[in-house]
Design a protein around this ligand. Structure first.
Ligand SMILES: [Fe+2]
Length: 284
């Protein structure tokens, strides 16, 4: 991610970040097997007061809507990791989201310098580590940023990592994805990620609720996903999802609805075990 004119740029442009990015680009090749070398420090002092204000504005805009429209699992996770409006979340230290997460599920959010290729990304997930963008969108792009930022990655993704069932699903996903270099499998798994982790809906107490981070972190698309007659909301079925291509430049015309996170975890485990050629269960 490049954001010229922003102090944020310096947070992911130092020597540590350059070394981490170079390692990430080679991950999986001989001598590049330890994904922890792809991580950097959050360098919290790099956030400006304007960055903090951007976080508060985004939080305020979205949390009120989510209180009634997000999955209860998401909302409970947000409380458990003490996600607050006052400041950009800490990834390190006693008051960090990672301190709470480690007690709940063992997941951790790890700062990364930028885009990770799929294999590197999967390698992180397989260790219960979530590659996390630390920069926040510039004030002038507050309504829309095509790349992930810390609002998308932490506000959007991380609360679900506090849930044991979702936590198991996501690690199994990473392990399964690591087992194959077949581009057809990788594409199928990318679709699964897209229609669940990024844009998933779930039915809770008879109502549609949001849980995908691309919906959770987007004021416009979250409302569209729940109410627009243009959206085809289909029951979740893993094989169908893996065969459905997705829209990256516009609001999603098709969304898949889970009955429960157990349904997602169990479907993933079945798929993973098939990929692992009937080896024992890979659930954590
Ligand atoms: Fe995301």
């Amino acid at each position: 991610m490049k954001m010229s004119g922003s102090l944020n740029h310096a947070m992911i442009d130092g020597a540590q970040a350059k070394a981490a990015q170079a390692y990430a680009d080679h991950f999986g090749e001989p001598g590049y097997g330890d994904v922890s070398h792809c991580y950097i420090d959050q360098s919290y002092a790099g956030y400006t007061e304007e960055n903090q204000e951007t976080w508060r504005t985004l939080y305020d805009r979205q949390m009120e809507f989510l209180a009634d429209n997000a999955s209860g699992v998401y909302l409970s996770g947000a409380r458990s990791i003490k996600l607050v409006r006052d400041h950009i979340p800490y990834l390190e230290g006693p008051k960090s989201i990672n301190t709470y997460l480690s007690r709940l599920t063992g997941w951790q959010s790890k700062a990364v310098p930028g885009y990770l290729k799929p294999k590197t990304f999967f390698g992180c997930l397989a260790r219960r580590e979530f590659p996390t963008t630390i920069v926040i969108r510039p004030k002038e792009s507050i309504d829309y940023l095509p790349e992930p930022d810390i609002f998308h990655d932490v506000f959007g993704h991380v609360p679900l990592h506090a849930d044991p069932t979702f936590a198991d699903f996501l690690q199994t996903y990473g392990k399964a994805a690591l087992t194959t270099d077949d581009p057809a499998h990788t594409e199928r798994l990318a679709r699964l990620f897209w229609f669940t982790v990024e844009f998933g809906l779930i039915r809770e107490e008879g109502r549609l609720k949001l849980y995908g981070s691309g919906l959770i972190s987007s004021p416009g698309e979250s409302k569209h996903a729940l109410t627009s007659p243009k959206v085809d909301r289909r029951p979740f079925d893993l094989e169908t999802v893996c065969a459905t291509s997705f829209e990256i430049d516009d609001y999603q015309p098709i969304l898949y609805v889970l009955d429960s996170f157990q349904q997602l975890r169990d479907a993933m485990e079945t798929y993973a075990n098939r990929l692992l050629d009937e080896r024992p269960a890979v659930r954590a």
